[in-house]
Write a protein that binds this ligand. Structure first.
Ligand SMILES: [Zn+2]
Length: 496
């Protein structure tokens, strides 16, 4: 039996939306998740709650289980921090979060290895390189070359050399929406322990692809991704293979070379890794022309509701695909609201809107008061103002800060202090509204909401609105980064 291993673990996790005007700060992490030391140690056990109000067992609990089952491992907690997707992190907050993790690591030394749960699509205002690359470089500087470093990424990571080169073990989620956080941490932990014990010697190969899909075509259990993930698992079971991962990238960043990537690691066989990475990349590349779902303009969607039999069965959902809060948009896009106000006085429409100025202007008003307002949405978002004569009808303090319901004819606008996510119908009932009564409900989310509206809304229309999660903007940027005829498209795949 070898001597016990000492492995430190932690997390810095954020998905940035470069098109959002709302910068992320330490306070957003504090509100959501930021723990360390003994508290993290407790939270990442099977009896603990790792990510409160989000997921009881995530990567670090999975990692701890791998250590426990391997035996002979002392797991040393560092820091774990996570904020919901939003605009880039301020430089000051990033330095603070990183410094706290590095301080813990210095104090934990010497260690044989480190495991970090990272996202891979962070952005920091004023920092040109990927923040994860800086995290890994600074961690490596403390560790030295002898210790091993394992990292798990979100499958929306934008892979680059700085995210791969300093790492010995690299794995990623395989579900979208993501539910396999704990299994991912488990795989990272198991491979790290095996590598530290000399049972495997992982070598990597990866490929970058100038492609971006979106608009709901990347759900892992639906076509076309279902077949891909299945074949990836088969590939991973081949003799000599250690892991295979696909990165579908978070498209709403200003990072350089935005695009999908495949990554394969094998047990010491570089040629095999190169071959399998190519094979996986070919398979991913074959999906590049999968069309996004048929998008509507707000006016087209309104016309479709009027002529649709679905409306009689329940509200039709407008998925505001260009203002998806779960993908970091601020939720204060007024384009859909403007169309409903101007063109649909006959429809009962529920609209969430991030508009702190409107909240300020109406929070103290008596219920029933009439107010003339110009709704402009998120400050700095550049949205057109929508002038309304509104009745202040209800108010509540919610998960999204203060919320005020404004009635404009049949229109029901709920303005909030922070980015609204009406994933659950309780968003509306908190303000005296029943989801069932609406003809139209506007959602700021691609998929999760469907679980809670499964018996309420049966028709879902993707609506474009030129906001922070616009795929049109992304495609223009990707074209600019890779050029019109990228090397890969010309049939010459190469190591990035
Ligand atoms: Zn993701």
């Amino acid at each position: 039996m070898t001597r016990p291993l000492r492995i430190a673990y932690g997390r810095i996790f954020h998905e940035a939306n470069a098109y959002s005007p709302v910068l992320t700060t330490s306070a957003d992490f504090e509100r959501m998740h930021w723990i360390g030391g003994a508290e993290l140690d407790r939270a990442s056990t099977l009896g603990g709650t790792e990510l409160k109000s989000f997921m009881p067992h995530a990567e670090l609990t999975g990692f701890r289980q791998a250590c426990r089952l391997a035996g002979g491992v002392t797991a040393v907690p560092l820091e774990s921090s996570l904020a919901v997707p939003s605009g880039p992190l301020t430089r000051e907050s990033f330095e603070e979060i990183l410094a706290r993790l590095l301080d813990r690591l210095e104090a934990a030394m010497p260690v044989d290895g480190v495991y970090l749960a990272l996202h891979g699509s962070m952005q920091v205002a004023g920092l040109a390189e990927a923040p994860e690359a800086m995290i890994l470089r600074r961690v490596r500087a403390i560790l030295g070359d002898a210790a091993k470093l394992a990292v798990s990424y979100d499958l929306h990571a934008n892979l680059s050399a700085g995210l791969v080169d300093p790492v010995d073990v690299l794995v990623a989620y395989r579900t979208n929406p993501h539910w396999d956080l704990a299994p991912t941490g488990f795989r990272a932990g198991r491979r790290l322990v095996r590598a530290l014990r000399g049972e495997i010697a992982p070598v990597h190969a990866w490929r970058k692809l100038p492609m971006v899909l979106g608009g709901g075509t990347t759900i892992d259990f639906l076509s076309p991704m279902r077949g891909f993930f299945r074949s990836m698992r088969r590939l991973e079971r081949r003799p000599g293979a250690v892991s295979a991962s696909l990165f579908m990238v978070h498209p709403y960043t200003s990072a350089e070379k935005l695009g999908w990537a495949t990554h394969v690691s094998t047990d010491g066989d570089r040629a095999l890794a190169e071959r399998l990475a190519d094979e996986l990349a070919e398979r991913a590349w074959a999906l590049k022309d999968v069309p996004p779902p048929d998008m509507r303009t707000p006016s087209e969607a309104i016309r479709e509701v009027r002529s649709s039999a679905w409306r009689r069965l329940g509200p039709v959902t407008f998925v505001d695909v260009d203002d998806v809060v779960g993908a970091g948009a601020p939720g204060g896009n007024t384009h859909v609201l403007a169309a409903l106000a101007a063109e649909a006085p006959d429809l009962v429409a529920f609209v969430p809107l991030h508009d702190p100025a409107a909240v300020d202007a109406t929070w103290a008003a008596p219920l029933g008061a009439r107010r003339r307002l110009v709704l402009t949405g998120t400050p700095g978002y550049g949205m057109p103002g929508v002038t309304v004569e509104a009745t202040v009808s209800a108010r509540a303090t919610t998960d999204f800060g203060r919320a005020v319901r404004l009635d404009v004819g049949k229109l029901r606008v709920v303005v909030t202090d922070r980015s609204p996510l009406p994933i659950h119908p309780s968003f509306w009932s908190a303000l005296g509204l029943a989801a069932r009564d609406a003809d139209v409900i506007v959602q700021k989310n691609f998929f999760h909401y469907r679980l809670f509206y499964a018996t309420t809304s049966f028709r879902h229309l993707p609506v474009v609105s030129d906001g922070a999660t616009s795929l049109v903007r992304v495609k223009e940027r990707a074209r600019a980064a890779f050029g019109e005829r990228p090397a890969w498209a010309a049939g010459a795949p190469s190591t990035p």
